[in-house]
Ligand binder design. Sequence first.
Ligand SMILES: CN1c2c(nc(N)[nH]c2=O)NC[C@@H]1CNc1ccc(C(=O)N[C@@H](CCC(=O)N[C@@H](CCC(=O)N[C@@H](CCC(=O)O)C(=O)O)C(=O)O)C(=O)O)cc1
Ligand SMILES: N[C@@H](CCS)C(=O)O
Ligand SMILES: [Zn+2]
Length: 769
Amino acid sequence: MTTESPIGATVLGYPRIGRDRELKRALEAYWAGDEDATHLHAVAEATRIDALDTMTAGGLDSVPVNTFSWYDHILDTSVLVGATPERFAAVEPSGDLLAGFDAATYFAMARGVADVPPLEMTKWFDTNYHYLVPEISPDTVFALRADKPLQEYAEASARGVNARPVVVGPLTFLRLAKAADGAPAGFDPLDRLDDLVGVYAELLSVFAEAGVEWVQLDEPAAVLDLDPEELSRLQRAYERLGAIEGRPKLLVSTYFADPAGALPALAATPIDAIGIDIVRGTTVAGVAGVPGIADKTLVLGAVDGRNVWRTDLRRRLGELVPFLGAAGAIAVGTSCSLLHVPYDVERETGLPEGLRESLAFADQKIAEVVALQRALTHGADAVRATLDTSDRAAAGRASIPGVRDEAVRQRLALVDTEQRQRPARAERATAQAERFDLPALPTTTIGSFPQTAGVRAARAQLRAGTIGDDEYVKRMHAEIRRVIDLQERVGLDVLVHGEPERNDMVQYFAERLAGYAATTFGWVQSYGSRCVRPPILYGDVVRRDPITVGWTQYASACTTKPVKGMLTGPVTMLAWSFVRDDQPRSVTADQVALALRDEVADLEHAGVGIVQVDEPALRELLPLHVRDRKAYLSWAVDAFRLATSGVATSTQIHTHLCYSEFGDIVEAIDGLDADVTSIEAARSRMEVLGDLTARGFGGKVGPGVYDIHSPRVPEVAEVSALLTAALDSVPVDGLWVNPDCGLKTRTYPEVEAALTNLVAAARRARDAL
Ligand SMILES: CN1c2c(nc(N)[nH]c2=O)NC[C@@H]1CNc1ccc(C(=O)N[C@@H](CCC(=O)N[C@@H](CCC(=O)N[C@@H](CCC(=O)O)C(=O)O)C(=O)O)C(=O)O)cc1
Ligand SMILES: N[C@@H](CCS)C(=O)O
Ligand SMILES: [Zn+2]
């Protein structure tokens, strides 16, 4: 056994959108036809070179490559293995090549073109990153197309970088894939694992010829609760890959949870190294004694790739040392790719006093990994100054102003179950029916209307100081009036103000709550060219003033129809932020809930009778291991109820959920006890309704009947068909009619046409009752 590691300090991946979102801008300019492929390539190359230079200068021993993407790394894997669905053959090639693959086809798979819908997009495990779902059928002809990883490897090697190509592993690729339309019933993409492994075998040989020493195959799916058949498939796959003559060394990296179930399967194969996420709970006790592990290098994911808190290096070092005796060798890495965190905290000079010193973004995490590796190899004294600085930061965190607010703590301590409880649903339904004179099948939207260039420019000008508050408010009011006029014109029943004043549905609230800090440059890729700037929830959360009341009141004054207030729920406020890790999330969620409860009360006092509290991330935070789910859903539901239960019986609470796959959380959806739940359903053709009704869901429901992810305007007949399908599962007095989600990414002409058709379909359905 040796403590010398053949990998050394490393990270599993690095951000790729550009420090100032250069790649985002280049992509959008290319799509708009404002720039050609040469420009896109130049920006992409600069982004990759910056990553290589930063990681090398930071002192990593092994540097990941092929972690760049023009859109998404799962899409890249579909291209790598030749899993391009047939329908994309109809796309007119552009002649522009992305590592040998036609750019038009690649971007059509990501975004669709007329008559050729894109691949479906969904959340990457329990993160806020979205990937494009591979489509696999029994007939998919896998064929290797290794240009991209080879080019990125060559690019790095030419700069003298010790590069390690990273590729999504075959189990994860197929576990995340869906059966292509037309595949026989019962077909599981994993049935194709043997065929796919053939392509990976070829890939390893190609890498070997290119001189690659180490390859990283990412298998986050190995942390899921795999059944025995899946585990044996995993083992067979890596036995086969491990047996390839002359192959590069193989690191199979697992992350996002403890891979306890899969560890024996992986350790039994001839792979060289296994990555485990010790931030998410793998302990030495879970590793020691696993047969085969003593021959492996363990790459310990010791620096959190999902959150932005500085690592307490001395404490973490203490956790790492025992692993030295458990494996053949150990190396230090990040818990997952750094894709999920921003680039560099040093640029954030506007953070509250003392906070920056407690944070580490991607560049700082590289230094942390290097320090831990040195300490393990040469002893703690070799990095004494770094450990001392880390000790001071760890000790200082509790004294950052705002970390504790005794008033909110006392208020929370006094919360009792009654504050999470409303009168019976039926009683509320009667009171609300009397209060709101709504037709059967009421129509509404989910909140946001198109975020126009004008609206964003106004916000940018306000930030730059070229316009003042009054002018900004004037422009937002004009936008709200436009949205109200549009809704009246198309004949919707419950209106919204359109959310023009919100840069983002989480960041906007975070910027107005004590305990949260906003970054200036902290962008993180959400999907393709779209980014978010997750706020940092570092302290006790307090709402000092009303946040949304003025905008909602303005909208209400523009119409005689009811206007629905619009808030982001406590779970989503946590899910899409970087959240403090010094107390249970349940406590933090309840603090946010109290702030929202006050906002709901203020809306109510201002005469707003309908309030929607969005929880699109309720499903996203569901723990990957089934055994952890009950506890999570319990605090998540409790927090929502704390936010929404302080209202009168006649006040109608709506909630909104998106991102399908609701099967696992229907009980929790019922437990939210909202009066009306709008839910994504258009793409899955109302599938969710069966699940809800089968479990006796008690509230009214608005299954989305307009897929807002697509620029397509649905015909009246299409919406009518979805309504008919919905009425099969939901009683007529329990059904609302609405789009799948907010309209912020669409354009006004699309929205007006689609909503006109949606209202027409609702009216037809009413007439037929
Ligand atoms: C519903 N979704 C959300 C998720 N997470 C969130 N935190 N928020 C969400 O809404 N996760 C799941 C999904 C993901 N969906 C999306 C959809 C769209 C975007 C998106 O469009 N992002 C924008 C950035 C949004 C934003 O902050 N806008 C700012 C403007 C910031 C900016 O770019 N300013 C310019 C200057 C102004 C200009 O001229 O435009 C600059 O700084 O250069 C605002 O409106 O003020 C994006 O552009 O990517 C994300 C996730
Ligand atoms: N109210 C938000 C919810 C998005 S999930 C919107 O309409 O954009
Ligand atoms: Zn939504």
